[in-house]
Design a protein around this ligand. Structure first.
Ligand SMILES: [Zn+2]
Length: 264
């Protein structure tokens, strides 16, 4: 299952410490480097700064920052960009013995390059499905609709990969395409356990076409359903095949595979 705490938080106080896994090695976590932080004032803040009403905590800034993988063997770098906001708070000042105004900063990340891997895509996953999932990952933070559309496209490709029929000849003799809904139903005839998961993922994908109806939480549901289908269709069968040939070899030898013949 996906660790939701990593993906649902939208604001980070003072430091962009999301503990996101490295997209390259998957072992390290991404650590922001404050020396590689670039902050630029928005035009609106630049104008308002001249006004009397201006307060520092009303500033709207843009940022970009480099995050580096904590796994020293990997050392991958990821760049994040987004909005830097401030808010108004008060702190006790030891020197003046008074409460003073402070303006802690809030990072709101919008993009990551390369895109973060919200779940690990297995090596056996077909390339075109892998590609769509990565597009869904790259849109996850800033465009939930676009992300959901890619989930839907991944399902269409999954149906193609599974050899589910796509076209039919209409009564008028025209070549027509089955809807994804129907194709998942066809698929369900030979995969009754898996098809409800794909149907649910399809409804999340469909919601992508209706602006403003999707949350990050919905997308995570879609990813989990897709992840499960990929595991079942492309990981489990290969694992079973490997274990089967291994166990057959052990049974035939009546001893572990690595056991060497005794030297004469
Ligand atoms: Zn790494």
């Amino acid at each position: 299952m996906i660790d939701r705490n990593l993906w649902l938080k939208e604001k980070y106080q003072n430091r962009l410490n999301g503990d996101w896994p490295c997209p390259t090695c998957g072992k390290g976590t991404l650590v922001p480097n404050p020396k590689q932080l670039l902050v630029a004032e928005s035009a609106q803040t630049f104008k308002e700064r001249q006004e009397e009403f201006f307060e520092p905590w009303l500033s709207l800034m843009r940022f970009s920052i480099v995050l580096r993988c904590s796994n020293s063997i990997c050392g991958e770098t990821v760049i994040s960009t987004g909005i830097l906001d401030y808010f108004l708070d008060y702190e006790f000042d030891d020197a003046s013995y008074q409460m003073v105004e402070v303006h802690p900063r809030i990072f709101k990340p919008i993009f990551f390059h390369p895109q973060l891997q919200i779940f690990h895509i297995p090596e056996n996953c077909p390339e075109d499905i892998n590609k769509q999932i990565n597009i869904a990952f790259s849109n996850f933070f800033h465009d939930q609709s676009a992300s959901a559309n890619s989930i839907r496209t991944a399902l269409e490709i999954l149906m193609n990969e599974q050899g589910v029929r796509k076209q039919f000849i209409s009564r008028k003799g025209k070549k027509e395409t089955y809807k994804l809904h129907q194709r998942i139903e066809f698929f369900g005839k030979s995969n009754p356990e898996l098809s409800p998961f794909l149907m649910a993922a399809k409804w999340i994908g469909n919601a992508g076409s209706h602006i403003g109806q999707l949350t990050r939480e919905d997308l995570l549901d879609g990813f989990e359903l897709l992840q499960h289908a990929i595991e079942e269709l492309y990981v489990k069968p290969n694992r079973l095949k490997e274990l089967k040939s291994k166990s057959q070899a052990i049974i035939k030898r009546k001893k572990p595979i690595s056991t060497k013949k005794k030297n004469p």
